[in-house]
Ligand binder design. Structure first.
Ligand SMILES: Nc1nc2c(c(=O)[nH]1)N[C@H]1C(S)=C(S)[C@@H](COP(=O)(O)O)O[C@H]1N2
Ligand SMILES: [Mo]
Length: 203
């Protein structure tokens, strides 16, 4: 029988690029999965949901839920680091790699930065290069189940090389930018760069 578990790409060694320890400095490990949202959990309607890609791209995209889930997915095991001090190891996320979406939209040469937009009016930004890193996924499943609504279902971003506020829950669109811009927490005193191994928590 085909064992799906063998299809999991293990990215838990990614920390070696950034530091000596898997647990970033000042973090403690938890087996729980706390929920952190700036406001409530937005409701999701499968019929009217649309995902948009716009800005510095050759082909702006508007995808229905059916079209989004038809994109190629990957299953990865990766760690999750919250800026408030907890880390959760060995999360299994299934989702569409950022690079797959970037390829589908045809990112233009002058794109240098990315803004993620979410259904609760949250935004967060990253340099394009940081988005192309392995591990940046548009996640639809957590531990083999549909992503729970409070954790960003139906669709969220994860950024294992950054504090988790760089991963927009309820993500509804991606904007490619030719100049850097700041998102919701980045405008409110959180680090723009958010490297957990350098403890880049506040700006
Ligand atoms: N859309 C949206 N995404 C968001 C947030 C939010 O409030 N809205 N909070 C961020 C913060 S600060 C963190 S730590 C993580 C928390 O994800 P979790 O609730 O699944 O633990 O989501 C991030 N993404
Ligand atoms: Mo956070």
């Amino acid at each position: 029988m085909h064992d799906r578990r063998t299809d999991v790409k293990d990215l838990t060694g990614l920390y070696r690029t950034y530091g000596d320890d898997r647990l970033p400095p000042g973090q403690r490990e938890t087996s729980r999965f706390p929920v952190l949202s700036k406001s409530g959990t937005p409701s999701f309607d499968r019929e009217s949901w649309r995902f948009e890609v716009w800005g510095a791209v050759d082909d702006p995209l508007t995808l229905s839920w059916e079209e989004f889930v038809a994109l190629p997915t990957e299953r990865q095991r990766q760690d999750f680091h919250c800026v408030t001090g907890w880390s959760k190891f060995d999360c299994e996320f299934t989702g569409v790699p950022f690079t797959a979406l970037a390829d589908a939209a045809g990112v233009t040469d002058d794109a240098v930065h990315v803004m993620f937009h979410a259904m609760d009016d949250y935004t967060t930004n990253l340099p394009l290069e940081d988005c192309l890193a392995e591990g940046v996924l548009f996640v639809t499943e957590f531990d083999g189940e549909s992503l729970p609504a409070e954790h960003g279902g139906p669709l969220r971003v994860v950024t294992p090389h950054k504090y988790a506020y760089k991963g927009a829950k309820w993500v509804s669109g991606v904007e490619f930018l030719t100049e850097p811009e700041r998102g919701y927490w980045e405008k409110r005193g959180y680090s723009n760069t958010a490297n957990p191994w350098a403890e880049e928590r506040y700006a």
